[in-house]
Design a protein around this ligand. Structure first.
Ligand SMILES: C[S@@+](CC[C@H](N)C(=O)[O-])C[C@H]1O[C@@H](n2cnc3c(N)ncnc32)[C@H](O)[C@@H]1O
Length: 255
């Protein structure tokens, strides 16, 4: 707890993203990853394998963009930095460990962007509509990677809206969350180069081998693409629930 608080104070993060809650969540994600490293590892390996396969399919290798690069747990940075002329890592904020990892490569750049374009309207109390983030151009990318980010995109904006505008009802919040997911898929569909999308497609609450409940993390907005699938034991008990395990079904797509 103390380490996390210290990290919060010492990690640079643009003020609007810190205020909305992204830095806190990134630090909490890293802590969850450290606690559950063994059960996460097969999933991280599968994600890296899909990304490497996608990179191998790309013929012109000038630029790769990683959206929601995070702590790079599932990103084969070394392979990408050797294969591509330029690696652009995009996230709302980066941990100091990620900054250090990037300094080993002269062709890796860190860019702070909200890929949903939702933060600015949220803070200015406009009607929140996802939109193409200004300043983020994907046009020159030979490969765009979105790895384990899609289902996360609405969560922090939803929490923020629930806290700041309690008058918004559940139906409106759900439509807002769906719009964010749809908008990210739309953004990926506009890319001229190759796209690699890895996302959870089902969240299972399990009692060991018994499925107790199945939740759709993409809120009915399924990417209309085939791909390899695997499971990610993201929260074995008691990580999130005292008497149940959480397992994600994940799909890796390349087009
Ligand atoms: C679960 S992590 C994804 C895993 C990441 N690829 C890794 O290896 O650490 C989700 C990442 O998406 C980022 N993220 C969430 N919302 C975002 C947004 N609106 N714009 C950019 N990045 C965002 C988070 O900061 C976090 O780093």
């Amino acid at each position: 707890m103390l380490i996390e608080a210290l990290k919060y104070l010492t990690t640079p993060c643009p003020a609007p993203y810190r205020r909305i809650g992204y830095l806190k969540e990134l630090i909490a994600t890293e802590a969850r990853f450290k606690r559950n490293r063994a059960t996460w590892q097969p999933h991280l390996d599968r994600t890296r394998a899909v990304i490497i396969k996608a990179a191998e399919q790309v013929t012109r290798k000038d630029t790769v963009i990683v959206l929601g690069a995070g702590m790079l747990a599932d990103i084969p940075l070394d392979r990408l930095a050797h294969a591509f002329g330029r690696v652009r890592l995009v996230d709302v904020c980066f941990l100091n460990e990620t900054r250090r990892a990037a300094t080993f490569y002269s062709n890796v750049e860190l860019e702070h962007h909200d890929v949903t374009g939702i933060v600015a309207p949220l803070l200015s109390r406009e009607v929140p509509q996802p939109r193409l983030p200004s300043g983020l151009s994907l046009g020159d990318a030979d490969l765009v990677i979105s790895a384990n980010v899609l289902a996360q995109l609405p969560l922090i904006p939803l929490d923020y809206l629930r806290r700041q505008r309690p008058s918004i009802d559940d139906e409106e919040l759900e439509a807002f969350a769906q719009a964010i997911i749809r908008s990210h898929l739309g953004l990926l569909e506009t890319c001229a180069g190759t796209v690699c999308l890895v996302t959870e497609v089902e969240r299972q609450i399990r009692d060991g081998e018994r499925l107790v409940e199945s939740v759709d993390p993409l809120r009915g907005v399924l990417p209309d693409r085939e791909g390899d699938e695997w499971v990610w034991d993201i929260a074995p008990r008691p990580e999130l629930l005292p008497d149940a395990d959480i397992r994600n079904r994940v799909r890796g797509m390349v087009w």
